[in-house]
Structure formats: C-alpha cells, structure tokens
Design a binder for this molecule. Structure first.
Ligand SMILES: Cc1ncc(COP(=O)(O)O)c(C=O)c1O
Length: 444
C-alpha cells in the first residue's frame, strides 16, 4: 500500500502532510533539476473585469455591491433566466427526436439562418444574393477569435486591425493572439464625455488602405457612447474611401434601445451599402446572444461574413470552417437549440422581445434614478452623461483613485476606468451608490 493511501489514519495524515508540503514548498528544491517542468511559468495578472468578482466574493460586508461584471441583474440583484428561454429549453429537452451527435463545423443551420435574419433583417440583400456566410460560434468572443484567425491567415490587404480607444479589454488579446497587429483609433473624448468624431474620422482616414476596423454595432462598451445616424454615415464614407474592412462586434443588440431592429441600424447601413461601381460592402460580424437572451454561460453566438459575390462567399466559408475544425471541431448543440426554439416560435420570440425591452427599460430607469440620487446626495459636478449614454454600462468619469475609494470604503466594485454596469444598480441600492460617489468625488 502506498504512503499516499488515505484509507488508514496514519497514511491519511501522511498524505495530508505531503499535500501541505507541496503547497508550501517553493517550486525549486529537488536534486533532479526541479519539482515541475513549468517552473518558469509566471503568474498571470488577474483579468481586469473577471478579477473584480473575485474581490467582491471575498468581501464580507453586507453592503457590498458588484458593478463590475456585464451581466443583467434583477431589481433584487439576482441573475435572470428569461421566461421565453426557460420554455424553449423545456421544449428542447422534451424533444425525443433530438440526439447528441456532432453537428457540422458551421453549426446548427436553422440557428445560423435565424441569427442572420436577426442581425441583417429578414430579407437582406446579402442573404438573398448568397453572399452571406454564417457559422455558429462560441458566443461573441469565439466569433471574434475565429474571425480574427481567418483574417490573419487569409486576408491579404492588411494585417492591421484598428480598435477604438477605449474598447472592451479582451479585443486586444483576442486579435493580438490571432496574429493581427492591433492599432488604436480615437473614439471617446473625455472632456466632453462624447464621441471624438473628428479624431475617429482623422484616424480611420489615415489608416493603411485595406486595414480592418473594429466597430461596436451598438451600446459601445465601455463608454455607452454611440455615433449618431449621421456620424455612422460619415464612418461608412471613410471606410469606403480607404477600402477598410469593417469587423462589427454586436454583443448588445436589443439592449441599447430595447428594440432589436433599431439596435441593428448601423450594421444594416453597412451591410446594404455599395461602393464604387456598385461593389457590395464586405464585412464581418461577431454576434452574441449572451446578453440579449441571457445565455451567457451557454456560449451562443455566430460569425457572419458578407462577401462581394457568392463564389467568394463559398471560398471564405470553407476557410472559416478549417479554422473552426482546428480550434474546436464543431460547436456545442444545447444553447443554440434553445436560441433557435426561441427565435423560430412566434409566441416565444414575442415573449423574448418583451422581456428584452423590459431589461433595457430597467437599465434606463436606473440611469435616471442614479442621476436623481446623485443630485439629492449633492455630488459635485454634472452627471447628465449617465442618462445620455446607452446600453449596459455607464462610463461615469470617476478617476482610478475614486474607484479605489469606492471599493475600499464603500465595498462597491467596478473597473478602475470608472465603468459601472447599470444592470447592477437597483432602486434599493441607488441612494447608497450615490452617497458613495458623492463622498468619493469630494474626498478621494
Ligand atoms: C463589446 C463586447 N464584445 C464581445 C463580448 C463577448 O461576450 P460573449 O463572449 O460572452 O458573447 C462582450 C462581453 O462582455 C462585449 O462587451
């Protein structure tokens, strides 16, 4: 019997001692050259967003408030599974004709068709003309990663991708590790808390011809500041002049306005555009169902590529499939089946859209409540930007020191760039938050 056997008290104690020794020992000692072949591996820094939850969970204060993570919360601060999703899930589970076989590399065809219609409209030119390739993806992040890998391997015009400043933190890592060269373009103008439209146009106008440009389809994360319809037309103009390749990231369709079609307006403007000689605008889209269907952990999304003609679309699709095959072979079936059941069933789809509008409505109401509470708390400065921004987040303008003050004194957790998830705010806690912000602005 080995000394590590835990079946007798004596050997159990020995095993526990050995475990303790392993936990305490610095990874160095033994004469054979070291304890682990991974000794050179450095500790990674905590993820700036997911790390916030770690700190929040360790905090024992009953007052604690997590405004860091971009997931919807109810007025009671709880995660929400939409009623339409619960019903669809039951249908999927009860469907005895379903099995657990692999699905094709491109995913569930019905899910792909419905996702494309949701993004581009039910009768889009690109779909009707056979120029649209759609592949199921591992939520938005997976779609960005597969799209990035495809572009790094097969897009000849440029390997540069321009990202807005600021942007969702993971864009840099996803595209950088795909092999693209990440470059910045101006987006947010801190003094006016508005879009730096002139800076954006100047930077994209100076981008190398053919470069890829990442555009948030709506509800820009982290700023909550979107271009106006007129400004989107200006962005399309410069994209066409420089022959840039737009890569849309749509993680919040329906969350900005509560209306799926309204939130797809910028994307559809580009998707239906024609350039010189009637050449269709080509683009990529990473679409996520994490927020708008509340399917976060199910990892449901799609990558769409609009090509200039069906022949190119076919070749592109074949290469994107190769990227999928090499990364994870084929996507998971359950979440996509649930999303398909919601979108395909008119009653469930209507119920989902009503629930989506209600989530967006609660977030808008929390914006107004926070501005009112800040006024009551006498917080110095103007806070109107909180109601003019849209989507899940507010870019409050709080400094890093003020955010640390909120965390250490008030147990309020947020990213240190001043971004708060409005979904984490409730009527019950809004005055506490406003008092804390007023204190931080005065004293931090
Ligand atoms: C702008 C943006 N893009 C993509 C994602 C990816 O989300 P997921 O991979 O959960 O779909 C997020 C999530 O927060 C996001 O904010």
């Amino acid at each position: 019997m080995s000394g590590l056997d835990d079946r007798t008290p004596a050997s159990g104690a020995a095993a526990r001692l050995r475990t303790l020794q392993l936990q305490l020992a610095p990874c160095a000692a033994p004469a054979d050259g070291g304890l682990s072949c991974f000794e050179g591996v450095q500790q990674a820094p905590p993820d700036p967003i997911l790390g916030i939850t770690d700190g929040f969970l360790k905090d024992t204060s009953p007052q604690k408030l997590n405004l860091g993570v971009g997931a919807y919360r109810t007025e009671e601060g709880r995660p929400l599974v939409l009623s339409a999703v619960r019903k669809a899930e039951r249908m999927v589970v009860d469907d005895a004709t379903r099995n657990k076989e692999y699905i094709p590399m491109g995913g569930n065809p019905q899910f792909c068709a419905l996702s494309a219609a949701l993004a581009f409209g039910p009768d889009s030119d690109c779909s009707r003309e056979g120029r649209l390739a759609t592949l199921q993806a591992l939520s938005g992040t997976g779609a960005l990663a597969v799209g990035g890998a495809f572009l790094a391997r097969h897009y000849q015009a440029s390997k540069a991708i321009y990202l807005p400043v600021p942007t969702w933190g993971n864009h840099h890592g996803v595209f950088g590790s795909a092999g693209l060269v990440v470059r910045p373009y101006r987006y947010y103008h801190a003094p006016t808390r508005a879009l730096d439209y002139a800076g954006l146009i100047a930077d994209l106008g100076a981008a190398e011809p053919g470069a890829i440009v990442l555009l948030h389809a709506c509800a820009h994360n982290p700023t909550g500041v979107d271009p106006s319809p007129e400004q989107w037309r200006g962005i399309l103009r410069v994209v066409q002049e420089r022959r840039l390749l737009p890569f849309f990231d749509s993680a919040y369709q329906g969350f900005a306005s509560g209306d799926l079609d309204a939130d797809a307006a910028a994307l559809r403007l580009f998707a239906s555009a024609r350039g010189p000689g009637g050449r269709p605008q080509e683009l990529l889209l990473a679409q996520s169902f994490a927020k708008n269907m509340g399917l976060y952990g199910e990892r449901v999304g799609a990558l769409h590529v609009i090509a200039a003609c069906p022949q190119v679309r076919g070749r592109v699709e074949s290469q994107v499939k190769i990227a999928v095959r090499q990364m994870y072979s084929s996507p998971p079936i359950h979440g996509a089946a649930v999303a398909t059941a919601v979108m395909a069933n008119p009653a469930l789809s209507a119920e989902w859209q009503a629930e989506l509008a209600s989530m967006a409505g609660r977030i808008k109401a929390m914006r107004a409540a926070l501005v009112a509470a800040l006024a009551e708390a006498g917080a110095p400065g103007s806070w109107d930007h909180i109601t003019s921004q849209i989507g899940m987040f507010s870019y409050t303008g709080l400094t890093k020191e003020q955010c640390i003050h909120l965390r250490d004194k008030w147990h309020i957790y947020m990213t240190l760039d001043g971004r708060i998830s409005m979904a984490g705010v409730s009527h019950k806690r809004v005055r506490y938050l406003a008092d804390a912000i007023a204190d931080a602005v005065r004293n931090a």
